[in-house]
Design a protein around this ligand. Structure first.
Ligand SMILES: CC(C)(COP(=O)(O)OP(=O)(O)OC[C@H]1O[C@@H](n2cnc3c(N)ncnc32)[C@H](O)[C@@H]1OP(=O)(O)O)[C@@H](O)C(=O)NCCC(=O)NCCS
Length: 211
């Protein structure tokens, strides 16, 4: 789109492509969410959208994408990318920031449909987000927060050289959870960047949307 050039942005890893979804693809992504993201009873997000009933979960995905685009500003942006494997939508990778031009700090979030988990896709998704942040946008540091018992998410952070950055006690549906924040700076990431090669395409037209 001429007037929303972030639509040209595409990140490619050995097995995945990440980009903004069309509405038809967003519908597919919502369906993946409806079919399950977290094990029954698990709470892995501060907003417990993934534990909502399937139809509500799916609608939440759709609205969240529209909201992120409608609410976008250079001071406060949320990039929600659909993740494709062999042309099939399998999950979502987020990169977001407040006052990025000043702080150089961004944060990530990600999820996969349950049947796509545990095959290395999360690692490639995080690699893509980190390459965009550090190589594409010249970030200074990137954070990721995962609940205590989210072993897969925390393992992905460890692989990319993150270090612990504090534990926050937060309430979700009136239950306490320990959210572990981790942070990686550009130098530590560069030491691990060869783990997953990432190609960034189509960023130039939209770069002023980020910083
Ligand atoms: C988190 C998520 C995106 C990770 O993606 P994934 O494709 O499953 O992860 P990968 O297969 O790339 O790698 C996960 C790593 O965690 C490790 N891991 C997974 N489960 C683990 C467990 N129970 N204990 C220890 N390590 C574990 C894997 O061994 C792997 O590390 P390795 O490659 O060194 O062996 C995915 O599991 C998911 O969508 N989970 C539900 C939603 C969610 O929790 N989102 C994140 C919220 S912070």
């Amino acid at each position: 789109m001429r007037h929303w050039p972030i639509t040209d942005l595409e990140l490619a890893t050995p097995d995945l492509v990440l980009r903004l979804p069309s509405d038809a693809e967003l519908d597919e992504l919502a369906q993946v969410a409806a079919e399950g993201v977290v094990p029954d009873g698990a709470v892995f997000f501060p907003q417990p959208w993934a534990s909502a009933p399937p139809a509500e979960r799916a609608r939440n995905v759709v609205q969240n994408h529209w909201w992120a685009r409608g609410d976008w500003s250079r001071d406060n942006w949320r990039l929600l990318l659909a993740v494709f494997h062999d042309g099939q939508v399998i999950g979502q990778q987020n990169l977001s920031a407040r006052d990025f031009a000043t702080t150089g700090e961004a944060r990530t979030g990600f999820w996969l449909g349950r049947r796509f988990q545990g095959h290395g896709c999360g690692t490639q998704m995080r690699a893509a987000a980190l390459a965009l942040a550090f190589d594409g946008l010249d970030a200074a540091r990137v954070t990721s927060t995962a609940f205590e018992d989210n072993a897969a998410s925390r393992a992905v952070s460890r692989k990319f050289g993150y270090r612990p950055n504090g534990i926050h006690r937060i309430a979700v549906d009136a239950h306490p959870y320990d959210a572990h924040e981790a942070v990686v700076d550009a130098a530590s990431w560069r030491d691990q960047a060869q783990l997953v090669p990432v190609a960034i395409r189509g960023l130039t037209g939209g770069i002023t949307y980020f910083r």
